[in-house]
Design a protein around this ligand. Structure first.
Ligand code: ADP
Ligand code: MG
Length: 269
């Protein structure tokens, strides 16, 4: 990834939307796999106590060992929490249900919003030679999500192609603004990606055109279709690119990865 001149370390992206079931985890896993396929070294940080990204990348609960919980609350070093996945160049810090108490435990910590930021800036980070870190956020705007936004350079927002999709966005944008005004003035919006798009459905088209009217260039050209192979892949513990690389879902995530790289190369230039 030499064309991505970024001496300051990996680009860190929070994948966030406080709505559940909009495609955050699916996008984290598959965008990660698509970037890895393009030669990038990628770390997924599972920041959702449901641990769906961990499961989807084949890390069984009994193999999760030290997790994001220990990374955040026990000052655990990166080498102890980062695990390989079956996908070359794609790594993960897994999560378990333990993380569900973190939101409350964090409140008493005076560095509560900065714990992930500090953890991802350990000197040992250099050893992994990462190009990207993708943080899979929980479906809430809680302290875990704030930690992700404080730790990140940008926020990637999956938007489900359904009615009311845009409604939740103002709350998310407000949180991003608050984080900018306090802990992370440089936080950007990486973009909004339409997920579970059904081209035969007028509603999908309507939501997409509303999103493009309202958000303009923030919306990625790449659109992720509703695709049964995408939904099947996690039960085989694989990204869709590995499960069925010729599916429409795999093609869409490859396109998203290429677009993301292009955007970032432009910004670095
Ligand atoms: P979130 O992390 O935002 O809660 P998920 O990524 O877990 O959302 O997706 C919610 C559900 O929708 C999952 O069952 C997932 O497999 C399914 N899903 C996500 N994206 C697609 C898609 N493009 N096509 C079909 N099913 C999808
Ligand atoms: Mg999820």
């Amino acid at each position: 990834m030499s064309d991505l001149a970024r001496p300051a370390g990996p680009k860190i992206i929070a994948v966030a939307n406080q709505k559940g079931g909009v495609g955050k985890t699916t996008t984290t896993i598959n965008l990660g796999a698509a970037l890895a396929e393009l030669g990038c070294r990628v770390l997924v940080v599972d920041l959702d106590p449901q641990g769906n990204a961990s499961t989807g990348l084949g890390i069984e609960p009994e193999d999760r060992g030290l997790t994001t919980y220990e990374l955040l609350l026990d000052d655990t070093e990166l080498h102890a929490v980062v695990q390989k996945t079956s996908v070359e160049r794609l790594m993960i810090i897994p999560a378990t249900v333990d993380l569900s108490s973190a939101d409350i435990e964090l409140i008493a910590n005076e560095k509560r919003s900065y714990l992930l930021h500090d953890a991802l800036r350990q000197a040992a980070m250099d050893d992994f030679a990462l190009d990207f870190i993708l943080i899979d956020c929980p479906p809430s705007l809680n302290l875990l999500t704030v930690n992700a936004m404080v730790a990140s350079h940008s926020v990637l927002v999956p938007l489900q192609s359904e009615f009311f999709a845009l409604e939740g966005l103002s709350q998310l944008m407000l949180t991003i603004r608050e984080v900018r005004q306090t802990a992370n003035p440089h936080l950007r919006i990486e973009g909004v990606v339409m997920t579970m798009y059904d081209a035969r459905n007028n509603l999908s088209q309507q939501v997409e055109s509303d999103a493009r009217d309202n958000l303009g260039e923030l919306v990625f050209n790449a659109v992720i279709p509703r695709n049964v192979r995408v939904s099947e892949a996690p039960s085989y513990a694989l990204p869709v690119l590995q499960y069925d690389g010729s599916s429409k879902g795999a093609a869409a995530y490859r396109e998203l990865a290429r677009e993301l790289l292009q955007k970032n190369a432009k910004m670095a230039a």
